[in-house]
Design a protein around this ligand. Structure first.
Ligand code: SF4
Length: 224
């Protein structure tokens, strides 16, 4: 029996055919064809049929560089994954975008909790403890650059800067904080593909890479 995550995915697929940089196409018999959205229409793609192969596809970008954060818009091109059912589609999407379908299902059920950035920073220990000393102005600049959809990260930010509920950066468009508005943008696309509905990749709290960047900013300020 499909669980909550599969059910929310199935419902979303009634009017969505995209998540992040991935295009999803239904085929006869209940299966799905998944590919990079830039590759739709290409007939020279390398074919895969096992959802576990998504992990390898997602590991490196086109230039062969490791992708530490899977929601950075640098998914490699040239592949096509043929999946026989919804369960296998869900498994593959979990490799492409770990944990994102679970966040989406929780958000749909109004059960998704978020953590303000300052709370995430004050929880840090060891060498990352200093990250909490970052100023609001530095957060504004850093998040505006590091999390931007165009070349930064395709997640939609749901966390606030602090308990005052201030947006983390005034340098990002309001869509970046709107869960009903996915950040479907490909580096090969000149403009965001926002006309078609997408399953949003939700960011419920700052990732470890952003925390590391906060630390870097503080260290640089202290060294000046
Ligand atoms: S904090 Fe969220 S939006 Fe920003 S880079 Fe990390 S995962 Fe992406």
């Amino acid at each position: 029996m499909p669980d909550l995550i599969e059910r929310s995915l199935e419902t979303a697929l009634t009017n969505c055919c995209r998540v992040g940089e991935i295009s999803i196409r239904r085929i006869d018999g209940g299966g799905f064809i998944v590919s990079h959205c830039d590759d739709r229409g290409r007939d020279d793609l390398q074919r895969f049929q096992n959802p576990e192969e998504a992990a390898e596809i997602a590991r490196y970008d086109d230039a062969g560089n490791y992708r530490p954060l899977k929601t950075v818009p640098n998914l490699c091109h040239g592949w096509r994954l043929e999946l026989v059912d919804l369960t296998k589609l869900r498994r593959a999407l979990d490799y492409f975008y770990p944990g994102r379908l679970a966040m989406f299902a929780a958000w749909k059920e109004n059960r998704l909790t978020t953590t303000p950035l300052r709370k995430t920073l004050t929880r840090q220990s060891g060498m990352y403890r200093v990250a909490s000393k970052i100023s609001d102005e530095q957060i504004n600049d850093l998040v505006g650059n590091f999390c931007r959809s165009n070349g930064g990260c395709l997640r939609t930010i749901l966390w606030k800067r602090d308990e005052s509920a201030a947006v983390p950066s005034t340098k990002l468009p309001s869509d970046k904080f709107d869960a009903s508005h996915g950040q479907a943008l490909s580096p090969r696309s000149a403009t965001p593909a926002t006309t078609a509905p997408v399953i949003p990749l939700l960011c419920q709290e700052a990732c470890s890479l952003l925390v590391a960047e906060c630390r870097k900013v503080v260290k640089m300020t202290n060294d000046e």
